[in-house]
Design a protein around this ligand. Structure first.
Ligand code: SF4
Ligand code: FES
Length: 244
């Protein structure tokens, strides 16, 4: 199979002709190329188990985790199965095109600098804010636990950031993951219940910038629905405005 990979800071694509098996993951494929053909190929990974989020790449123009995605899944995806992002390179016939995720500066080959993503994320202060020190533990209950879990599953891989058109259209947009995380802390029963928590993104570059393309939910490898969090936050803020 021909595997075409973006190299350097994007100035060229290199083709590798390599023997593959359908069940192997993209990460295994990258190791095979690095170990057998080109030791200079740079890519990032850590957990190899869809937990750390560091192996996010574009495969045939779709944002995926390299450690979780098999070759057969990439070659069998139909165009409308998933979001398909623009690229400067052609897909090799019957092969695979691998690129770094977009909307983040490329350091080298498939390695990007996550700082713009985390910079926006940190601005929303997505940490628990509670000065209360109760004598008993807070019990969540099954329903609340399920509701929170949808959002706590986020591994901050930035696949949703790379697939979201609003990230490139609106300066200072925090991105789907950061907004979902903010909503997760609003939901947390350990924080005083107040829409004040949501007000940090109550502006045209925040909750209101989303156009509900919903690419975030489609590409998320952990099933997190940032689009749902954004819709619910907007409704809460609107209802509060009506009550005033
Ligand atoms: S919401 Fe999903 S796609 Fe976005 S950063 Fe979290 S895990 Fe990744
Ligand atoms: S290596 Fe950690 S998510 Fe893929």
């Amino acid at each position: 199979m021909i595997v075409r990979i973006q190299r350097g800071k994007g100035e060229r694509f290199d083709d590798y002709d390599i023997e593959v098996n359908a069940g192997m993951t993209l990460l295994e494929l990258l190791f095979r190329i690095q170990e057998n053909i080109d030791q200079t190929l740079a890519f990032r990974y850590s957990c190899r188990g869809a937990i750390c989020g560091s192996c996010a790449i574009l495969a045939n123009r779709r944002p995926v985790l390299a450690c979780k995605t098999t070759l057969s899944r990439v070659t069998n995806l139909k165009i409308d199965d998933h979001v398909t992002l623009p690229s400067s390179a052609k897909l090799p016939d019957g092969g695979i095109l691998l690129e770094p995720i977009p909307k983040l500066p490329v350091i080298r080959d498939l390695v990007v600098d996550w700082e713009p993503f985390f910079n926006e994320y940190r601005k929303l202060e997505p940490v628990l804010k509670n000065s209360d020190h109760p004598e008993k533990e807070h019990l969540l209950g099954k329903d609340k636990s399920r509701e929170l879990e949808k959002y706590t599953n986020c591994i901050l891989c930035a696949l949703c950031w790379s697939a979201c058109p609003v990230v490139s259209e609106v300066d200072g947009y925090p991105g789907p993951a950061a907004l979902a995380k903010l909503f997760r802390f609003y939901l947390d029963p350990r924080e005083p219940k107040s829409t004040k928590r949501l007000s940090v993104a109550d502006n045209e570059a925040g909750w209101w910038a989303c156009d509900f393309y919903s690419n975030c939910k489609k590409v998320c490898p952990k099933g997190v629905p940032p689009n749902v969090a954004i819709g619910r936050a907007r409704k809460l803020l609107e209802d509060e405005e009506v009550e005033k």
